[in-house]
Design a protein around this ligand. Structure first.
Ligand SMILES: [Zn+2]
Length: 485
């Protein structure tokens, strides 16, 4: 199938310009405009290069597009053409004591596609004693229904003598990133000694370690303390996970990664204090990446006021912080301290949240957001002039693709890249609501927020998935993405 998109404004991380984009057989054949094709003085038009290999920039006038009889032509006048979103942090079908998170790979990826995200990176969390490659293979099966392309971060939840071999095997299977938890010590978390071992093994194998930074032991102590004083109040969740315990874990993880010589990616940074440690490590030229999520940019701890029903949806880890933290995180997006915006998508229904009605420690932690990431950043980042469109594309697509070994396939629209495209209608307006969203959950933490812009068309692997804001009828599942270190 070939699709020709005409008259849109192509937004790549390095610049924007009017462009016609042609996709054939699942790849971008041509992003044919002199503006785009000559930005760095090289011929980047593989379509024309077949017939017109030349150093002359004048040759790049895209006869391919002029003469191509595409199966489908979309007029994108007044709209933007973006590379499909890459969400580096989602949890579909995550087991918890309150049951699986409410989005499975099908429903969660469908919501992602509606929101303009065509690639998701989820997680593999083995049982204790289970080998990492075996757990990875199982998870690949679970994800087969995903409508988005998918990959995984694999979690060593303990250190065993075979762990280094298993890490190397996972890399051979196309996984380049390994997730460790400094919190949740009684389930998936590991202690500092094992963290260092994982960092050394992954660093040696050429991978990246992603880390959930919260001081687990101290948090467990505080959770028990608040259970004794205010057991049924969701606010106790936030009080037991203060910003300083995130920041000190960030500092510690950075120190251990430096010692091990391993690139580090810090997930869901939520606090101002953490940013200072990241900035310092950058000054020291340490290979370090950091992510935040829309909830930490746009929501604050006032969410924990009110009834259990009002507050339980905001039980996420790390918890929501203060408006001052929100501001600091926006600044960190623009000055490059933070590299990516993921979602940590992990919705639970109110019924599931009520598992903790008498004991806040039993409220399943997590919230949905995979669908609203681009809309929220567009509305509250671009339209407020905190970010420009190229920065937004970089944060939500190009940088996660590059950091996790998908560069040139994902995160950019150019000749030869995967044909994952979003045609963004800047004029659409809506109000976020659990009544109308596509995530399988009766809670939306952004309920009532006004947003502008929507994914009018979404193309994944050269196929139309969303057309005029509606799901196409003949959908094909996404592919497992084998990544390279
Ligand atoms: Zn997460």
């Amino acid at each position: 199938m070939s699709i020709l998109i005409k008259n849109g404004i192509l937004v790549n991380p390095g610049g924007s310009g009017t462009a016609d984009v042609l996709t054939t057989d699942g790849t971008v054949r041509d992003a044919g405009t002199p503006d785009v094709l000559t930005t760095d003085g090289t011929v980047r038009d593989a379509g024309t290069a077949d017939v017109l290999i030349t150093d002359s920039l004048v040759s790049v006038v895209s006869p391919v597009i002029l003469n191509y009889d595409a199966d489908r032509v979309i007029d994108a006048a007044g709209m933007y053409i973006l590379p499909g979103g890459v969400d580096p942090h989602v949890h579909m079908h995550l087991p918890s004591e309150a049951g699986y998170s409410s989005d499975d790979f099908l429903s969660g990826s469908r919501a992602a596609i509606f929101g303009g995200t065509t690639t998701i990176i989820d997680f593999v969390t083995p049982e204790k004693g289970e080998s990492l490659p075996v757990a990875l293979e199982k998870r690949m099966k679970e994800a087969e229904s995903s409508l988005a392309d998918f990959s995984f971060h694999v979690s060593p939840v303990e250190w065993r003598s075979r762990t280094p071999d298993e890490i190397r095997e996972c890399i051979r299977m196309g996984v380049t990133s390994f997730k460790v938890y400094m919190a949740y010590k009684n389930t998936v978390g590991i202690d500092d000694e094992d963290l260092l071992k994982v960092l050394k093994a992954v660093g040696k194998a050429g991978g990246t370690v992603t880390v959930h930074c919260e001081e687990g032991d101290e948090i467990e102590r505080l959770r028990d303390h608040y259970f004794r004083t205010d057991p049924a109040n969701p606010r106790s969740h936030a009080l037991s996970r203060p910003a300083k315990l995130e920041a000190s874990a960030v500092k510690k993880a950075i120190g251990l990664a430096a010692k091990a010589g391993c690139p580090l990616y810090i997930v869901h940074v939520s606090s101002k204090e953490s940013l200072e440690h990241i900035r310092q490590a950058r000054l020291n030229k340490q290979p370090l990446f950091a992510e935040t999520c829309p909830q930490y940019l746009l929501l604050d701890d006032s969410g924990y006021s009110g009834s259990f029903e009002q507050a339980a949806g905001y039980v996420i880890s790390p918890p929501l912080r203060t408006p001052e933290d929100n501001m600091a995180l926006w600044e960190a997006l623009t000055d490059g301290t933070l590299n990516t915006v993921g979602t940590d998508h992990c919705p639970f229904t109110m019924k599931q949240k009520k598992a903790g009605a008498d004991d806040f420690r039993k409220i399943p932690g997590g919230a949905g957001g995979v669908e609203q990431r681009l809309q929220l950043l567009y509305t509250y980042g671009i339209l407020t002039r905190r970010l420009n469109f190229n920065q937004m594309v970089n944060l939500t697509s190009t940088a996660p693709a590059r950091i996790f070994g998908l560069q040139r396939k994902k995160g950019i629209v150019e000749a030869g890249s995967d044909a994952d495209l979003v045609i963004w209608n800047p004029d659409a307006g809506s109000t976020i609501s659990a009544e109308s969203h596509h995530m399988n959950c009766d809670i939306n933490i952004y309920e009532g927020m006004q947003v502008r812009g929507r994914a009018e068309y979404v193309i994944r692997s050269g196929r139309l998935m969303i057309e005029n804001g509606k799901l196409a009828t003949d959908l094909t599942p996404g592919q497992y993405l084998s990544r390279k270190v």
